[in-house]
Write a protein that binds this ligand. Structure first.
Ligand code: SF4
Ligand SMILES: [Zn+2]
Length: 122
């Protein structure tokens, strides 16, 4: 056990929508009984890329005693293209474009790098 940062899921707020599952490159999060769970604490690197993706604000990172991050195990996790993730503007998926998480008016969306300049420049 080590003291480090790791993601924390507020089950009261979590609706089990699953938006945080695929974006976790380490495969640390799964939906179990309708709630997101960190299935293997050693797979969560605590970087918090998932935080902005939760529409409910259920994800945070905290510092606590947990398993050490296992980089080898995390890298060996099965990775697959998630076709449900698409740019909100052009509807292209991660197989075609680079996608970034976006927050606007209490909504979590994905935007591709081609459509992003339009948002920046108005
Ligand atoms: S994105 Fe948020 S509400 Fe949706 S499953 Fe993950 S923690 Fe739950
Ligand atoms: Zn786009």
């Amino acid at each position: 056990m080590v003291k480090r940062t790791i993601v924390k899921i507020d089950e009261e707020k979590c609706t089990g929508c699953g938006k945080c599952v695929a974006p976790c490159a380490e495969g640390a999060i799964q939906i179990i009984d309708g709630k997101a769970k960190v299935v293997s604490e050693e797979l969560c690197d605590g970087m918090g890329y998932c935080i902005g993706l939760c529409p409910e604000g259920a994800l945070t990172v905290e510092e606590r005693e947990t398993e050490e991050f296992d980089e080898k195990k995390a890298e060996s996790q099965l990775r697959k293209t998630d076709i449900s993730i698409k740019c909100f503007n052009c509807n292209k998926g991660e197989d075609e474009v680079y996608l970034l998480p976006l927050r606007h008016k209490m909504k979590s969306e994905w935007v591709c790098t081609r459509c992003l300049p339009m948002l920046i420049h108005g």
